[in-house]
Design a protein around this ligand. Sequence first.
Ligand code: AMP
Length: 442
Amino acid sequence: MGRKPKDSIVKKVKHQKLKKIIQAPKGMPDILPEDDQFRRKIYKVAHEVADYYGFGKVELPIAEETNLFLHGTGATSEIVQRQMFSFKTPGGDQLSLRPEFTPNLMRVYLEKGFFNLPKPVKLFTYGPLFRYEQPQRGRYRQFWQYDFEVIGDGDPIYDALTIQLMYNTLNDLKIKNLLVEVNTIGCDNCRPIWRKNLKNYFHSKLKKLCSDCQRRYKNNILRILDCKSEQCQPIKENAPKMIDYLCHDCRSHFKSLLEYLEELQLPYEINHRLVRGLDYYTKTVFEIRETDDNLALCGGGRYDYLVEILGGRPTPAVGAAVGVERLVEILKNKQTRVTDNSQKNRLFLIILGEQAKKKGLGLMETLRKANINVAESFGKDSLKAQLRQADKMNSPFVLIMGQKEAIDNTVIFRDMKSGVQELINIDNIGEELKKHIKNFIV
Ligand code: AMP
């Protein structure tokens, strides 16, 4: 049992009317019915791709022990340093709302003994994440992702497969103008040499960098490379590239990946500045962008040390995630046609009087079983008010049940455009309606 809120707080709010309407928390938007059709489509496509490639779905808790992200996401990452919603439970546990999915899925992998399963283990998840960001277009404090992880195989073919399947989800959603950007950030053998060279390179230019990058110089120098500030662009121009320092293993890994991408005919580019924000990446990092709006839709990479950091055996892995809100924005802008399940354009059911009201709900169930979508406003009593509502909802056909019809087990079918009416028996209403309104059968 959780503890009760403190009595003093409860007393304070008792019987007190609010002077202002409470708003949704900043950066945590409501998901409204107008977006639902797009989100359902995205959900469906992600699940279809997960099924096809054999990914098992995991539903994760919204909060995890803060330690999981300190060690997993990494203490020097932007997410841990500035973006976590952390809190202490009444019992004294230190938790954080999940800012990403990868460490959490690795926790499941270790905690549930998935390392005993045949490798690679493929996991998939879908849900909301929380990062304390400055809200702006495409960037929220609560946002959704779908995420795929392939655990237990270090072959670059799985880097390519991950990129391909993420690309497929976007392609299946008919999102055009996609570009895969790839890079390698090496491993513990070769990256320290690159990092040292970056330190040397930026040392004399430190004062010219933006204030964020001056901080990054100390604790996360790689991130200077993907800083978006105008001021830093010319300074980074001649910065050392990882590709010039790769060890033999990392070089051949990257070469193989590029060959796979060629073979798959994916549109890709090498971006030497791409490093991604998380501490755990090794070798491959990638993003998929929509080039029209220059929006990053998908981010991912290989993370061969993470399972070990979290207490498991050395286990190579690769994964990626796509942000749902950005997809919704694109689908909405392009007015991509998806199935319209909205309440508009439906057959409208009107009931008049007590007797009909009693039968109305049952009639709705009969229609549902016959796969006929209906709309209603049962709370309105008059014929005029209900017809007005039908008109607002663009219903081309209306069913009217009054006292007499309720007793006779019939209903009036009315074509709103022509005004023509016909009496239909409820017993075979499904068949009767199907003759009249083929378009309304789902
Ligand atoms: P990340 O988890 O940072 O690798 O990001 C993967 C993808 O999630 C990005 O390409 C975006 O599409 C999306 N994303 C990341 N952060 C946010 C955010 N704050 N708001 C909305 N979408 C986000």
